[in-house]
Design a protein around this ligand. Structure first.
Ligand code: ADP
Ligand code: SF4
Length: 698
């Protein structure tokens, strides 16, 4: 950071002082207003050391409260193979003790979100019959039904919750949740009329449906409330209109009825796809209109979320009395040091969450999460990576990085932080590579933050030289005489249709009428030369084809979306976007044709074949957009390899391909590759890639 901007930040810092005021939550006190609400990591009980280190880093970064993810309280709530936290018995305490120790080391409060998942868990490991207010088939695809709980089951559930709360206290937690949210927990299922068809005192009227929630809050207070705060997490709207809970109807009645019972209200939207909306579909603060009423109904502290990354917004929310605590899951993943950066006035160095939900994918694939903005997320323990600290090189040597996309920018940024002199050369006239191209597509503007945060840092340091309009050849690289070279030259979308359904190039294509995402991202909708229908063939199956369909529909084109998959953008289910994407395309009159491959192309049509029967049909097509797969831009690499005998004379010690030019993947993977390269540059043979986080905690 330059002296000038640092002093500007410090001048304006006083306005954020209120974010650093302590607040009493029942019997405990948080040191500030930054509250990492419960969020999944894809690690949980399966990778306990990794989980603990990740949470500890957040405490170190200044989050006053750091929560676990949902924590299964009993074998009848078994989310296998999902890697949640687990507190079925005393044997689970040591792993959670690691978490609380890591958080307490930095004087933050540790919160645990106890969960019984009711009809949301199929209990694949425990084989226990799932439980629900009424007989119901479980969520998801498991051909399993949950059974209606009788009075003894309800009593047992209350006892399990109490036992889990006591174990949580023993594990060292300061705040213990009763969780009624996301349409994922028994307590929520009892509240919701569509799940609760009971006719006894636990069903029917709202007072009856919230009876169990009230009892569990009271039970928990009685069991642990002397030293632990009891928080509730309640979804105040499901965005289902009158078919679900609404913030200005039953949800308000619930908060009014229980207003002073818990020590803290953590309020949000349900289901998870509504709570964790991506930036493609919502802006910062999107939950405010739903959660805003809560503070007016209770005197207890209120925490709410909304993908907040702007300190001005955070201060405004506290100042106007909308929230007492700024809740964050994703912004705390993208930058675990966000609070400390606000405190020290280093606002410009905040790595703002881009709202892409790649982190969510971790939980949805039962694997340690990854983050587009923060390559160290989930690597804190197994690779020993700290988000802010990176060892300086003992003997730094200059590095030339070719390509200014996410991989090249992150490699340059991290290497400059390590003390190496870095030269970054980019062929184009702007920075960011694919990030810049993709950020111009409908709804993806926030993705530009991946570029901005890195470029800004590179512009502040004396040891990074940045060159645009510098397309380098292998000969240039020999001439520069740099000991280390990283090629981050990216990838190019294929024109030949090779992808998943078609593992060989399509030989029938009329290339005059074929466009790729690169054509459309570079030239916009004007790349489509003719007026007729545009067929987008999506064999990539993530977001790209859908944003191009949007762009072309917005430009007035007739768009037909063809895919071998049964739904549009199936991978986006992992980022919680699939419903919204398909709905948006339908609203924009994009014709969706699923379960089809491409088998022919004539003057004004393409031939499609059913993936099951092979039956073919023709549809009119003036322009065909192929979104299938990408080819690494490895020409410079291949040329350099051919000149390998000249490397020594040119002073070249290492040449490394990073990011999409090695293997095209997510932007998150390109950032990670750039970071990993910078971390390991001094090792001829990279060290042990990672520690394996398995085995009992002693
Ligand atoms: P990644 O995701 O791996 O970072 P991108 O495709 O986003 O890849 O970025 C690659 C960048 O490399 C692009 O901006 C491209 O213009 C640049 N580039 C490609 N070849 C060269 C080259 N020979 N010299 C300089 N820059 C290059
Ligand atoms: Fe934000 Fe994307 Fe990182 Fe998740 S993966 S925290 S949404 S930047």
């Amino acid at each position: 950071m330059s002296d000038k901007s640092r002093s500007q930040s410090k001048d304006t810092r006083a306005q954020y002082d209120l974010l650093f005021e302590p607040l009493k939550i029942g019997p405990v006190t948080t040191p500030n207003r930054f509250y990492q609400v419960p969020h999944c990591t894809g690690m949980g009980h399966r990778y306990p050391r990794s989980e603990a280190r990740l949470r500890g880093i957040k405490a170190e970064g200044g989050w006053g409260v750091v929560s676990t993810q949902e924590t299964e309280i009993h074998p009848t709530s078994d989310l296998t193979p999902s890697n949640q936290a687990r507190l079925w018995g005393a044997e689970d305490i040591p792993a959670l003790r690691l978490v609380t120790d890591a958080i307490h080391e930095h004087d933050s409060l540790a919160a645990i979100q106890l969960a019984h998942n009711g009809l949301h868990s199929a209990n694949r490991y425990s084989r226990a019959a799932p439980l629900a207010p009424s007989d119901a088939i479980v969520d998801g695809d498991d051909p399993v039904q949950a059974r209606k709980m009788d009075k003894s089951d309800i009593a047992a559930f209350r006892a399990w919750h109490v036992s889990a709360a006591k174990r949580a206290k023993e594990a060292g937690f300061d705040i213990i949740y009763a969780y009624a949210g996301h349409d994922m927990t028994l307590l929520h299922h009892f509240l919701l009329a569509r799940h609760n068809h009971r006719t006894d005192e636990y069903g029917g009227s709202l007072e009856n449906r919230l009876r169990l929630f009230r009892e569990v809050i009271q039970d928990t207070k009685e069991a642990v409330g002397d030293t632990c705060a009891v928080a509730v997490r309640l979804a105040v709207d499901e965005l289902l209109g009158a078919d679900g809970m609404q913030h200005d109807a039953e949800a308000r009645d619930i908060v009014e009825a229980l207003a002073e019972e818990p020590d803290l209200w953590d309020v949000n939207l349900s289901d998870w796809s509504n709570d964790s909306q991506t930036s493609r579909f919502s802006d910062e603060g999107f939950q405010e209109k739903y959660t805003g009423f809560v503070k007016s109904v209770t005197s207890k502290p209120v925490v709410g979320v909304g993908r907040y990354t702007s300190p001005d917004t955070m201060a405004r929310l506290i100042r106007k009395g909308q929230l007492d605590l700024i809740g964050a899951a994703r912004p705390s993943i993208a930058d675990p040091f966000l609070p400390n950066k606000i405190r020290t006035g280093d606002i410009e160095t905040i790595r703002e969450c881009i709202g892409c939900n790649i982190c969510v994918m971790g939980d949805n694939t039962s694997s340690p999460m990854r983050c587009t903005q923060n390559p160290t997320a989930a690597e804190e323990w197994r690779r020993g990576w700290h988000p802010e600290v990176i060892p300086r090189l003992a003997d730094p040597e200059p590095v030339l990085i070719v390509g200014g996309g996410p991989a090249g920018l992150e490699a340059a940024r991290a290497l400059s932080q390590r003390g190496a002199d870095v030269m970054l050369a980019e062929a184009g006239n702007s920075w960011g590579g694919r990030v810049t191209l993709e950020a111009a597509l409908p709804g993806l503007a926030a993705w530009g933050r991946v570029r901005d945060t890195r470029l800004w840092q590179l512009q502040q340091v004396p040891n990074a030289e940045l060159y645009l309009e510098s397309a380098l050849t292998a000969q240039d690289l020999l001439d520069y005489q740099m000991p280390h070279i990283a090629l981050a030259t990216g990838a190019t979308w294929r024109r030949d249709g090779l992808g998943r359904a078609h593992r060989k190039p399509m030989l029938f294509l009329d290339q005059n009428r074929v466009l790729t995402p690169d054509d459309l991202m570079t030239n916009g909708a004007s790349a489509v030369a003719s007026d007729g229908p545009v067929v987008i063939f999506d064999d990539d199956r993530f977001y790209m084809a859908s944003v191009l369909a949007e762009m072309l529909a917005d430009a007035g084109k007739e768009v037909i979306f063809v895919t071998p998959s049964p739904i549009v953008s199936p991978w986006s289910e992992r980022t919680l976007e699939q419903d919204r994407i398909q709905r948006r395309l339908i609203e924009k009159n994009v014709r969706i044709m699923p379960l089809l491959t491409l088998t022919g192309m004539s003057d004004d049509a393409v031939t499609l074949a059913c993936i099951y029967s092979g039956e073919t049909r023709e549809i009119a097509c003036a322009t065909l957009v192929l979104v299938t797969s990408r080819t690494p831009n490895d020409a410079v690499w291949n040329d350099l390899i051919a000149m390998k005998e000249q490397w020594r004379d040119a002073g070249i010690k290492t040449v490394t391909r990073i990011g999409d030019c090695l293997a095209p993947s997510l932007i998150a993977m390109a950032v990670y590759a750039g970071h990993s390269f910078a971390r390991n540059i001094e090792f001829e043979v990279p060290p042990e890639p990672m520690r394996e986080d398995v085995g009992q905690i002693p």
